[in-house]
Design a protein around this ligand. Structure first.
Ligand code: SAM
Ligand code: ZN
Length: 279
């Protein structure tokens, strides 16, 4: 059986053309099935878990391993299933074999589930600035190319992707435009006003933070892309009580407050998001 590292080496080898050196922009080559490099001798080793760190500078991420573990468990509970349906419907319009980049992919479960649900072939890469997220992604999922990297200095070649996903993460629209193929789409997910409303009501009762508006983000997206569509998808699902502290932990409003919660009072959780689609 192939090791994780060999499997991902094969994947990178096959799709090297998607990458470019984040230092100098030259094409990326591969040697000995373990090192990506450019002709200016910038090099990036494949880690044993099967990801590649292509950061050009040291970063301090706000997210740690426990946060990504919490996200994985919550996302695995399929609270976001309605979001996948809408995203896959849109990806389907792009072709049977598509190249997809998930920007700010975290621990990779959304991308993995989308890849499984997509009826054609999805060649996928996920990038995140948080190494802990990418390590978790690479350990759990072997069919994407996982990159530790910064969207502001991304290691991908221009015009490489049919779709760029950006799920509940910061964006870099100039970079997205550079990376999209002609006719490609950006699919960005932003919270709507009832996103996690059950937790919001608990943490922010009687404060104005209880209200959330994504208006400015949506406006900026509309100014940056053409043919923009906004699709709101909402579902309230039953949740098992042991996930509640994890859900609180994975969202900024819950940080360090989990211990105060009476989890039994939460039986359902609402995932209410806008999906912004632009060319
Ligand atoms: C709220 S998390 C969402 C993660 C994942 N998309 C999800 O929905 O579970 C935001 C992610 O964006 C990543 N991020 C923030 N700035 C970034 C940058 N400049 N480049 C790449 N990733 C970044 C963070 O490390 C974090 O994993
Ligand atoms: Zn280089």
């Amino acid at each position: 059986m192939l090791s994780k590292k060999q499997m991902s080496a094969n994947l990178f080898q096959r799709y090297l053309a998607l990458f470019s050196c984040p230092h100098c922009g030259q094409p990326i080559l591969m040697k000995e099935q373990k090192t990506l490099y450019c002709e200016n001798n910038h090099s990036f080793d494949l880690a044993k878990q099967g990801y590649v760190n292509m950061l050009t500078h040291a970063v301090n991420s706000m997210y740690d391993q426990s946060l990504f573990e919490a996200r994985k468990q919550v996302i695995d509970a399929m609270l976001y299933a309605h979001m996948y349906d809408e995203i896959v419907d849109n990806l389907n319009l792009l072709g049977d074999v598509i190249q997809v980049l998930d920007t700010g992919c975290g621990e990779g479960t959304h991308l993995h589930k989308l890849q499984k649900q997509f009826p054609g072939e999805m060649i996928a890469s996920g990038i995140d600035i948080a190494k802990e997220g990418i390590i978790a992604a690479a350990k759990n999922y072997t069919n994407s190319m996982w990159i530790v990297g910064d969207l502001a200095k991304s290691p991908y070649a221009s015009s490489s992707f049919d779709a760029i996903l950006n799920i509940l993460s910061p964006a870099n629209y100039d970079e997205f435009k550079r990376l999209l193929k002609p006719g490609g789409k950006v699919i960005k997910v932003v919270p709507q006003s009832d996103y996690l409303k059950e937790l919001r009501e608990h943490f922010y009762a009687d404060s104005d933070k209880e209200e959330y508006s994504n208006e400015r983000t949506v406006q900026r997206f509309k100014e940056s892309f053409e043919h923009v569509e906004v699709k709101r998808v909402t579902a309230t699902r039953e949740i098992s009580p042991e996930l509640i502290p994890l859900l609180a932990h994975m969202t900024p409003m819950g940080w360090h407050q989990e211990q105060k919660m009476d989890t039994a009072k939460f039986t359902h959780i609402t995932i209410d998001v806008d999906i912004l689609i632009g060319k």
